[in-house]
Design a protein around this ligand. Structure first.
Ligand SMILES: [Zn+2]
Length: 153
């Protein structure tokens, strides 16, 4: 949790501010069974918090659609839910580009996602939790521009 910045509100995201891979998601280096392994911190956290082991076929579903969010709790306020691949795909389809976060981070290419995720991380690291700036980055408007879009609930 040393590399996580969480928002002040009860339902705010917990943003990963460590290394971000080229696919826009977070990375974490871990030594396990004598060898270095790259793990996704939200999976590690999920297993730790819920006590459930995540097999390869189980995906974690972001209810907030923010790729660097690692908010995992054992309660209903979690932002990450374990689900099978099919459910993840269905969720993606259902929300799609016309979904709740029309101008959010869904539908971006891997490169765009990585750039956006890193911008978001750097913003949080330099400015702390600035709700408007964070919402602007997620909406793709740039941190210094005002935005009509509120932080995802
Ligand atoms: Zn979140």
């Amino acid at each position: 949790m040393a590399k996580v910045v969480s928002g002040p509100r009860e339902d705010d995201c917990w943003l990963w501010v460590g290394a971000i891979a080229d696919d826009g998601y977070r990375r974490f280096s871990l030594r396990r069974e004598g060898r270095e392994r790259m793990v996704r911190p939200q999976r590690l956290l999920f297993e730790h918090v819920t006590g459930r082991e995540l097999t390869r076929d189980v995906e974690l579903l972001h209810t907030c659609d923010v790729p660097i969010c690692v908010r995992v709790t054992a309660d209903a306020d979690t932002h990450l839910l374990a689900d099978d691949h099919g459910a993840n795909m269905r969720d993606r389809e259902r929300k799609g580009r016309a979904g709740r976060h029309q101008v959010g981070m869904r539908g971006l290419s891997r490169r765009q996602l990585a750039t956006r995720s890193r911008t978001l991380r750097d913003l949080v690291l330099t400015m702390g939790w600035n709700r408007e700036a964070i919402a602007a980055v997620i909406a793709g408007a740039g941190a210094d521009q005002p935005t009509l879009f509120d932080w995802p609930a």
